[in-house]
Design a protein around this ligand. Sequence first.
Ligand code: 13P
Ligand code: SF4
Length: 336
Amino acid sequence: MNTETLDITKKEVEKKGFLDIQLDPELDLFAEIESLKKEKNAILLAHYYQEPDIQDVADYIGDSLGLAQQAEKTKADMIVFAGVHFMAETAKILNPAKKVVVPDLKAGCSLSDSCPPALFKKFKEQHPDHVVVSYINCSAGIKALSDVICTSSNAKLMVESFPKEQPIIFAPDKNLGAYINKVTGRNMLLWNGACMVHEIFSLEKITKLKVRHPNAKLIAHPECEEPILRIADFIGSTTGLLKYTQSDSSQEYIVATETGILHQMMKASPQKTFIPAPPNNSCACNDCPHMKLNTLEKLYLCMEYEIPEITMDEELRLAALRPIKRMLEISSKAGI
Ligand code: 13P
Ligand code: SF4
């Protein structure tokens, strides 16, 4: 299938979005996406928090660092990014000449939104002797104000790339920042941001769950709050958590991160049991509403029509590129 056979033109889609398009329910979206990849020399990068169907059709699934590394080295003409905006934006910063498209431009991030560049600039000006280490979950505007970017897999390494006496501002995630302060013995100044998904876990319910499953290990993402991290058996990025469940000998895990990662954990270790850590109320769940805006249908349509596309101001791109490159270089030297 191609745009000629869909009864809506690219111009109309640009105006209205994908909402009015009724796809034939018999259409084999997996096969269509595979053929579009070849036809357009496109690479499909997906984060672990994407729905299982999207993960299954992706060329590469990974954590934020892995995705940035793949984006840096790809030879494809088009990058299709199934994740959230800051991830696709990072791919565009690294690849100004390539087209970067996403299934839904509204897939943002509460953590990134918690740190507006204009306000952060003022904060930074109040601490002129500090360098800035920013978690990759932030806008290009924040990256442009940073000295180095980090992800949950290399945050310790990035912070320790500065001398111990160097004052540091860590933005935007206060939970990851507090965790890195603890493991490095530093006293970084933390921006007051957090992820809505990782702040939802209930210590009380996890404690009860641990009583009912005494052999289960609690594994947690460092975006979780300190009381959860304190009782965790292992803390790591999404890739770190997945690898841990593959190499560790336990048979049961309580997983304190977004539920999307369970798909790969169950695929890699079908004999093991994975229990999503319970949230602190009965209606909200630990699915990321931003990540889950992407669907297989929108993914197919974005590849077909090559919209919506990530575009960037060149001056901003160059300013944001510098700290990302610094992170990738330090990471690569350390073999991470
Ligand atoms: P990582 O996959 O890099 O651990 O990040 C998790 C996350 O919250 C992404 O939004
Ligand atoms: Fe942002 Fe949290 Fe969703 Fe990740 S899980 S995209 S940090 S809101």
